[in-house]
Design a binder for this molecule. Structure first.
Ligand SMILES: [Zn+2]
Length: 254
């Protein structure tokens, strides 16, 4: 039976039986993978604390290729992100990242970029004081990797670059509409063209530079309403952790 060795982030860990756990990983080489961790619920389990959600681990598992469940053989912590778990703001931000990654990534489908985006975003969540900006970047990037990049360069109707101060956003067409085309395509939201520039920046920005990015609050709110609606449209429902990060953001705003 093939043996797999890779890095991963623990997305979810749940009770499977009296002794065993069912653990979902986002791996570097095989996308989302579900493993049975035998005897992981024992007090002196050989897996220790490595199966806690959010942990960055190095793991070995085995099983037939493309099956639903694998057997976990070994799991060692690379980084536990304990500092993130101790602060409610960063904790819920990180939980939101795990939920988004869990929903957008398919099982057994390699997404190394998403894996690295998640690891770096978790590291950044512990360092940044603007988790809102990091959340927006993460939402946009994960959607882009899943094939849902919003069309931001040219108007989706006339295919010209918008020149006006305001542009529209069409959720059904997943892109921007210039002012002269407002009557040709239903525009669900009007945003400043400056906001579109920030959206573009989020899609290309090196994560190491996110701390230097200062976004005006009104722009950040506009971006949030767009990304939130795009996520909702793709997933068809609200993620459980979203109300918490909203609440945290409102508390820091006041
Ligand atoms: Zn147009």
């Amino acid at each position: 039976m093939p043996l797999y060795k890779t890095q991963a982030i623990v997305l979810k860990s749940m009770k499977l039986s009296e002794k065993d756990k069912l653990v979902t990983f986002l791996t570097e080489t095989h996308g989302k993978v579900k493993c049975v961790a035998k005897a992981a619920r024992r007090l002196k389990s050989r897996f220790g604390a490595s199966l806690e959600p959010m942990s960055h681990v190095s793991l070995i598992y085995f099983g037939k290729e493309h099956q639903d469940l694998y057997r976990l053989n070994q799991c060692d912590i690379i980084q536990s992100f304990q500092d993130i778990k101790e602060n409610p703001d960063t904790y819920y931000t990180a939980v939101y990242f795990l939920e988004l990654a869990g929903h957008f990534i398919a099982e057994d489908h390699p997404e190394p970029e998403i894996f690295h985006l998640l690891v770096r975003s978790l590291r950044e969540a512990g360092n940044t004081d603007s988790s809102g900006t990091l959340c927006r970047l993460f939402e946009l990037r994960i959607m882009a990797h899943a094939g849902y990049t919003p069309r931001l360069q040219k108007c989706i109707v006339c295919h010209k670059e918008p020149k006006s101060l305001w542009v529209g956003f069409s959720y059904s067409q997943h892109g921007i509409v210039c002012e002269p085309c407002f009557d040709k395509e239903p525009v669900e939201m009007r945003i400043k063209s400056g906001t579109v520039n920030y959206l573009k920046k989020f899609l290309s920005l090196n994560l190491n530079h996110i701390r230097r990015l200062k976004i005006p609050k009104d722009v950040e709110l506009e971006i949030e309403s767009i990304t939130h609606r795009l996520v909702l449209a793709r997933l068809g429902r609200e993620l459980k952790s979203y109300p918490f990060i909203r609440q945290m953001a409102e508390m820091t705003r006041t």
